[in-house]
Design a binder for this molecule. Structure first.
Ligand code: A5P
Length: 228
């Protein structure tokens, strides 16, 4: 219903705003993530810029770049300057801070920015916290030319694989690539799986983020907060 704010939205806003307030410093270049949680962090950065803070942002998607422009947040190109902190959402996180990302398709640029940032902070609601990764289907970004070959390789894992669609057509990432959503169910060794998948020629990246995250901030729909 338009105009109504759900408890989930309130938790996303809470964690997005507090991440920016805790980690963003005036005068820095920051990385801004993609999705319905990161959107609130971007809103908060817009408020700081409106207050006169001097910030530059590297957006992780065309959608986030558009939001930054609407809010008057100055943009910086990836690689043009050092990124102090990057703030982004996730689809799943363990308490050991391994993640699945890419539900929104922005995984490649999100990982580029996470790797480049001095500090990478993840913001989630409590329903994203899992004991083991893999209930959320793992997005794998693939060069379209190589799709049939990569698909055949991935089928040897024996897990359900969906070629992502949007509005009845093949979904394309901001990089012009396809996404295969691979429902592994349970991923026992995310680092090893990421390395195996990335070794396949034609795979651009996976949504596994292992050992990249400095801190995960969690907000519950009941108003609770957590961090690890
Ligand atoms: C975008 O590609 C994803 O990695 C998002 O960060 C992830 O899907 C989280 O999005 P929500 O905050 O909308 O759940």
């Amino acid at each position: 219903v338009s105009g109504s704010v759900t408890l989930e939205d309130r938790a996303k806003r809470e964690v997005g705003y507090s991440a920016v307030d805790a980690y963003v410093r005036d005068g820095t270049c920051i990385g801004l993530g993609t999705g319905t949680t990161a959107k609130f962090a971007v809103d908060r950065v817009g408020e700081l810029v409106a207050k006169g803070w001097s910030l530059r942002a590297v957006p992780t998607s065309v959608a986030t770049a558009t939001q930054c422009r609407m809010l008057g947040i100055p943009l910086a190109n990836f690689g043009s300057e050092a990124i102090d902190v990057a703030i982004d959402g996730a689809d799943e996180t363990t308490r050991g801070r391994d993640l699945i990302k890419g539900g929104g398709g922005a995984l490649f640029r999100e990982k580029a920015v996470a790797l480049a940032a001095a500090t990478f902070v993840v913001i989630v609601t409590d329903r994203k916290v899992v004991a083991k990764l893999g209930a959320f289907a793992l997005p794998v970004e693939v060069v379209p030319y190589s799709l049939p070959v990569v698909l055949r390789e991935l089928q040897t894992y024996g897990v359900p694989i969906t070629h992502r669609n949007r509005d009845g057509a093949a979904y394309l990432t901001d990089n012009g690539n396809a996404i295969l959503d691979c429902a592994f169910g349970t991923i026992d060794d995310p680092g090893a799986l990421d390395a195996r998948l990335q070794a396949l020629h034609g795979v651009v990246d996976t949504g596994l983020f292992v050992g990249l995250t400095a801190r995960v901030l969690v907000a519950g729909e009941d108003g609770s907060t957590d961090a690890f």
